[in-house]
Write a protein that binds this ligand. Sequence first.
Ligand code: PBG
Length: 329
Amino acid sequence: MYPLRRNRRLRTNDTIRNLVRETIISPNDFLVPLFIVEGKGIKQEIASMPNYYRFSLDLLEQEVKALWQLGLKSVLLFVKVPDNLKDNQGREALNAHGLMQRAIKTVKNTCPDMLVMTDVALDPYSSYGHDGIVAEGKIVNDDTVDILAEMSLSHAQAGADFVAPSDMMDGRILAIREALEDNGFVDTGIMSYSAKYASAFYGPFRDALDSAPADIKNVPKDKQTYQMDYANRFEALKETEMDIDEGADIVMVKPGLCYLDIVREIKNEVDVPVAVYQVSGEYAMLKAAAEKGWLDHDAVMLEQITAIKRAGADVIASYFAKDVVKLLS
Ligand code: PBG
């Protein structure tokens, strides 16, 4: 009771504030998304993601070393697939010498202890820009799941530590777990995008990989038949519990900032680590506002990352990882 308790005592100066701070950000919190392209000597800035790049494999080596130096020891790989290799089934995803498979080996050869997670979904490989096979105007679930399981196995064979299915098909975690177990990859983990919402915040990412749903007759223009309705909350719990039952080692909520209520609720319910993906649109918003001089970039960035961790994130996938770690050191 006041004045016995004056809450401001604990805010008097930096030292006491540092002493009682509840949420501390460290390099170990981060998973760094990396975009990879074919070619040599390529470091291409993504137009809608200032200061974020697509790397060819040779320059990926340098980037991975730089991340390791900064204490960033986990990466999440995405590939930009040439148009001529795209089809409805995403067959190129299973190519043992495909860009993803070579990227995994490149990271592991450069930095053997770097934790490598890989995106598992058909969209970068799909001529229609969907996470699954399209037939008669629909995204086919079960046939897609078969491919996702094979794709996961191919990533594990190339050396991935974790596969990260981002597609939102039903039943894919169990199928992937079984494919990995049956083939001896008992230690390969699954980070499931469990509560992934159909969000307009993915726009810049689809620019980065040229993976937006195609505007073609009889092809759905959005991903609302598989990604979740952003109005829903119970559904996120259901999806997450099912993925854990099917064998997910880490679950994820995506996007980040608009969904921190969901993050907290899931964190309170489950006993596996919870990851949060602060997505491309969230990155782009802050970059744009900072460019205009309307927001203090570094201050807002730290506030947002801290809020994500405070909400319950054990793992944060963020395009700001390097910026944050540089700022803290
Ligand atoms: C696709 C995928 C997307 C992202 C990660 N994996 C986009 C989508 O679902 O259309 C988005 C990441 C971001 O926006 O940063 N499977």
